[in-house]
Design a protein around this ligand. Sequence first.
Ligand code: NOJ
Ligand code: CA
Length: 691
Amino acid sequence: MSRPLGLLASACLLATLATSLPAQVAVASPDGRSRVTLEVRDGRLTWRLDRDSRHLVLPSRLGFRFKDELPLDSGLVIIDSARTTQDTRWVQPWGEVATVRENYNELAIVAEEDTGVVVRDRNGTPLQRRIIVRVRAFNDGIGFRYEFPSQPALREFTIMEELTEFHFADNPAAWWIPSDRPRMDRSEMLYSSSPLSLLRNVQTPLTLESRDRRSYLVIHEADLQDYARMNLKGPACIECRSLAADLAPMADGSKVRGTTPFRTPWRTLQIADRLVDLSPSLLGLKLNPPSQLGPSDWIKPMKYVGIWWGMHINTMTWSSGPRHGATTENTKRYIDFAAANGFGGVLVEGWNTGWDGDWIKNRWAFSFTQSYPDYDLPGLAAYAQSKGVSLIVHNETSGGIVNYEKQMDSAFALYQSLGLHAIKTGYVTDTVDGGHDHWSQYAVRHHRRVIEAAARHHIMVDAHEPLHDTGERRTWPNMMSREGSRGQEYNAWSGDGGNPPEHETILFFTRLLAGPMDFTPGIFDLLIESGPGGRRSPEDARVRTTLAKQLALYVVLYSPLQMAADLPENYEKQPAAFQFIRDVAVDWDTTRVLDARIGDYVAVARRARGGRQWFLGAVTDEDARTLDLPLDFLEPGRQYAAEIYADGPGAHWLDNPLPVAITRRTVSSATRLRVVLAPGGGQAIRLRPLN
Ligand code: NOJ
Ligand code: CA
C-alpha cells in the first residue's frame, strides 16, 4: 500500500481500512539487506529488524505511559500506511566528509486504538488515540520516530515513560558508560565492555559488537529538539537481551510535556559489517532537518589555543587574584602566539565576574558581559582582530540556565559587536535550575535556544558538559563541537591518575560516533613538569600517552574546533613536533578508517577539505604494535612527501613518553606503510602531493 498518510483521510475511510490492512508491514533498506517490520500482536505494536534474512532485533515493544491518561501501548490496530523513498546528496559546510548521500526507504504507519476492544479513559469515554510510527531504512542503519497527530483524544500530555525496546537476538559485547551515577561526572567516565545482558543503566551512543566481530550496531538518537534525552536501561534478568528507553527526568519525575501535533526524536540503529565502517557516522545527520543557515562566512573550523590548561594544572586561576589567568597581558601573549602559528582562535576562561568563591554552587553570580578589571575585553577583541585571530568567549553557567538565558541575548550582541564569533559554554553540575536532570527536556530546550540565539548573532558554539550530540550540526552548522566525555582535562587532575592509554581507541567508536568532540589534544608536557612542584610522581594525574600519540589525536579525534591545549612555552620548547599541529587540517573532504579494534588501536586517514593533502593518525592502547597500512586511498600515479612523526627509540607512555622521530620519505598509492607504535603510542603523518 503506498499513498498519502491516512491522517488526511476521513474517519469513514479509516474505519474501512481498519479491517482491510494487514497486521504487519515492512520496509527494506535500498540495498535490500536490512528490513524493519512493524507489527501489531495482540493489540501491541512492535518493531523488529532483520539483516540478510537473519534476525538482529526480535519483536520489540513500542508505546508510552502518560500522566493521568491510560498507556498508549495496547488495543492497537494498523489503520493506514504510506511509503516514500529519497535519494539526494548535500554538501556539509564542514565535517569529516564533504558530501553526504541521503538514500532511504520510508514507511509510516498509523495505529489507532481499536474501538472494538473498547479502550476507555477514567471517565468512561472511549479513547481512539492515534499514533504514527515512521521508519527510515538506510544502507548504514535505520531510524524510527513516533508522531502524535492533532486529535481530540490527545491534546496536552505528559509522558512518564517511553516504552521503546531493543530486544536483541544475540548477546553482543557492549561498550558503555553508565547513565545513573549520582556524581558530577555526567558523561565523563571511562568506558567498560560487557555482554549486553549484563547492562543496567547506560548512555548512548551504545556500541555493540557481535561475538564473531562480524556485525556492529550502535544505538543512539537523532534530532533531539523538544524531548528528554534517551538513556537505556538494561534487561530485567541475566538471560534477557533487551534494552529499553530510559528518558532523563524533570524534577517532578515526568519526562516530556507536549501538545499535539508532536513528534519524538528518531531512535537510531547504525549497522555495519566491519568495525572500520562505523566511522564516519552520518546516520544522525541524515535524520536531522536541512540547514537553517545560508552561506555563513563567520562559521569557520579552526585550531585554537587558550588560557585554560594553566587552570587545570593549577598554575593559574579562573578567579581573581595573583594567579588570575585572564589578564590583558597574558591574553596578548596568547594572541601573539596564535597569530605567529596560524591559529584562528584564543579561548579565555575566567575573564568574567562570578568565579570567586564556589563557582559551582554560585550559578547566579556569573555575569556574561562584565569582565574582571584586569581584563580589557574590547581592547583585546580589537587586538586579536588586528592579528587575524578571534577571541573565543567562555560562558560557564554551572547549570544556571535562568541566569544564562536572562543575559544571553545581550551577551551575544556584545560579542558580535566586538567581532567575536565563537563561545565555549559549560554546564558543570548534575542538575540544572529547579533540580531538573542535566539531560531533561528542560535542558534540551535550553540548549536549542542557545544554538538559535548564537546563530542570530553569528556565533559558533563549543559546549562542555553538553547535551549529547544528535546531529544538530546539520540544521545549525554553528553548533560546532562539544565535550560530553572524559577529555584531556582528566589528565591534569583526575584522582585515578588520568585517562588510561586505551581510552581514545574506545572514544573513537563510542562518543565520537555521535559527532565531533572537543577533546583538547596536544599536551607536550606529558609529565606536567610545568605544574606547581614540577614533575609529578607516578601515581599522580599525568598524560598517559607518548608525545607522538598526542599529535595523532588531531587526526583521530575529529573536531572542527581543535585545541592546541598546552601552554605556549611548552610548544616553544619542541618546535619540530609542534610543526605537525601547525600543519594539520581541521576540515575534511573524506575520511577513511584504515584499521582498528575497539579498545586496542585505530588508524584513520583524512583528506583536507578542498585540497589534495592527506593526514594519517594511528594510536594504540598500552600495547606496542605494528600496523601494515596500504596507502591505496592516495591518488594513483601521484607521488607524496610523507612527513612522519613516530614514537622515537625506546618511547613508552609510562617512563619514556617524549621521544619523537621525525622522518620524511616519498610514498604513493602503491606503498604499504609499516607503522610502528610504542606502548601508549601513536603516529601522525602529513602526506603532501609532489606532482
Ligand atoms: C569543565 C570544562 O570541561 C573545562 O574545559 C572548563 O575549563 C571548566 N569546566 C571550567 O568551566
Ligand atoms: Ca568537562
